[in-house]
Design a protein around this ligand. Structure first.
Ligand SMILES: Cc1cc2nc3c(=O)[nH]c(=O)nc-3n(C[C@H](O)[C@H](O)[C@H](O)COP(=O)(O)OP(=O)(O)OC[C@H]3O[C@@H](n4cnc5c(N)ncnc54)[C@H](O)[C@@H]3O)c2cc1C
Length: 470
């Protein structure tokens, strides 16, 4: 029997989601949020179990054409990343299977078909992913293990409750960081017994023939919104993510602290689309930064965003079932927004007017243009953009719904805990404190274009992004 030389994955990263016992049979890694081969704790854990069962790992991805908010822009980026994953796995003799349909059903059927011994998947705090896992455990008779492969400190370990803000989660994360920020092991050759003949289903059909990605795209693109074009300035995939990281460390990190709030400066990393699709691990990014510029103020500022703020977003969505609605706001914010419900608004715009960038404010329209065309609005402008939606709609509920819907539709990194938390921060004071009271906002923090003008050259930003809408 093949045994791993050592334990690969810290057991605290892993939760078993049902009470089933391991059976003899291949281990399926249901890859979902963490779409990468390298630096993936969930994949590594699948190998640990496979070694125990003396079997191989089958990586499966469940593609559904009805993921809320997703369109051609997102699917295009994701599919190109998945095609690369299939190639990388093949080079390591690890079988890959793309299944389609309702994800829990298709993974459940695959597990039956290959007589799987266990299923491993990655952690995701979003509602739909939790529902999928709940559905899957009802139809399988093997264990389902969930591994937090996205956060440096696993979400359920960092805290067991919703945190008030960065100031409460930061010390918890920092205390645990040393234990979790370890170098990733390679998949040891001794545990990868591979499967050269191809994985066969119960009827003898080989399930792991190479995926015809063009055919997949043709079928998928016939059923989804294809109006929002793919972007060309960012190449998806693990290798491309690594190039973007190396480039950032070399050229932009040295000015990150000073210039990250200037949307004209190009000082941010542009890593969020890769992080969203799991094409790079946040832990890998952190390890590289610590290696190249330990203790440096730019690294410290960046790691605060990458680890503390990002993991705070996962904490919010994991522990607050109302992460995308008014109900999820803190009580002080709900009460102040309630008392300013009937305040007169200077402007009121419809969703369509926002979407087409037709407000009176050229700076806002430019931000909308950046998002629509580029698929990634600068972080500083995202705050201004969402706060103005609150100011120019009839209710905070409507403002939140419009902000989330546009964010999810156009941002490549949308449909992410960071997006729901960012919108809830801007509109509903989540993770923030009460500020001086003013119309419409009540005590929710206000922002205006004067603040932007103090930080950067707004005329240049407008010139670059206005009228570039597709
Ligand atoms: C209204 C609003 C909507 C947002 N929507 C999204 C979204 O859909 N997806 C998304 O990933 N982020 C979102 N953010 C957070 C932030 O704006 C983006 O993560 C950031 O702009 C991504 O660009 P970057 O990778 O170049 O950032 P960098 O400054 O290079 O930061 C590196 C990484 O740190 C993390 N990070 C940075 N800022 C934040 C933050 N404020 N909160 C949490 N994590 C952060 C991200 O993972 C980011 O990729 C939103 C913020 C607001 C206010």
């Amino acid at each position: 029997m093949i045994r791993p030389d050592t334990v690969l994955v810290n057991r605290k990263r892993i939760l078993q989601l049902n009470g089933r016992k391991l059976l003899q049979g291949p281990v399926i890694y249901w890859m979902s949020r963490d779409q990468r081969v390298r630096d993936n704790w969930a994949l590594l854990y699948a190998f640990e179990i496979a070694a125990e069962l003396n079997t191989y790992v089958l990586v499966a991805f469940a593609l559904t054409g009805s993921f809320p908010g997703a369109n051609l822009r997102h699917y295009g980026f994701m599919l190109r990343g998945l095609a690369e994953i299939e190639r990388m796995l093949a080079a390591k003799n690890i079988p890959f299977r793309l299944v389609t349909g309702n994800p829990p059903e298709s993974i459940g059927m695959l597990a039956k078909d290959v007589k799987a011994g266990a299923i491993v998947t990655d952690f995701d705090p979003l509602r739909i992913k939790k529902e999928w896992k709940n559905e899957l455990v009802k139809i399988i008779d093997v264990p389902l293990f969930e591994v937090d492969a996205h956060n440096v400190v696993p979400c359920h370990i960092a805290s067991d409750k919703q945190e008030f803000g960065a100031y409460t989660i930061r010390p918890k994360i920092k205390r645990l960081l040393n234990e979790y920020i370890e170098e990733f092991p390679e998949i040891p050759a001794s545990v990868n017994i591979g499967n050269r003949e191809g994985v066969k289903g119960t009827n003898g059909r080989v399930l792991t023939t190479p995926t015809d990605w063009d055919a997949v795209k043709k079928i998928l693109f016939a059923s989804i919104n294809t109006e929002i074009r793919e972007v060309t300035w960012l190449v998806p995939g693990e290798d491309a993510a690594r190039t973007v990281l190396d480039n950032f460390i070399r050229n932009r990190l040295p000015v990150y602290n000073e210039r990250r709030n200037d949307p004209n400066a190009g000082a941010v990393s542009d890593l969020s689309p890769f992080l969203h699709f799991g094409q790079i691990s946040a832990q890998r990014i952190a390890l590289e930064l610590i290696k190249t510029s330990p203790g440096d103020q730019n690294s410290e500022a960046f790691l605060e965003e990458l680890i503390v703020r990002r993991e705070l977003s996962d904490n919010f969505c994991h522990y607050n079932p109302f992460y995308d609605s008014f109900e999820g706001f803190p009580s002080w914010a709900k009460s102040t927004l309630h008392s300013h419900r009937n305040d007169e608004r200077e402007y009121i715009y419809s969703k369509d007017q926002f979407e087409t960038g037709s407000t009176h404010d050229r700076l806002w329209n430019a931000a909308q243009g950046e998002m629509v065309t580029k698929g990634k609005m600068h972080g500083y402008m995202r705050m201004y953009w969402a706060k103005k939606i609150l100011e120019w709609t009839s209710s905070p509920e409507e403002a939140l719904a419009i902000a989330i819907s546009l964010n999810d539709k156009y941002e490549l990194d949308g449909r992410d805990p960071n997006g729901y938390t960012g919108c809830a921060w801007s509109v509903g004071g989540v993770h923030d404190r009460a500020w001086g009271e003013r119309p419409v906002f009540g005590k929710v923090r206000y922002m205006n274009d004067k603040g932007c003008k103090r930080k950067f050259n707004t005329a240049e930003y407008i010139k670059t992004h206005l009228n570039q809408r597709s």
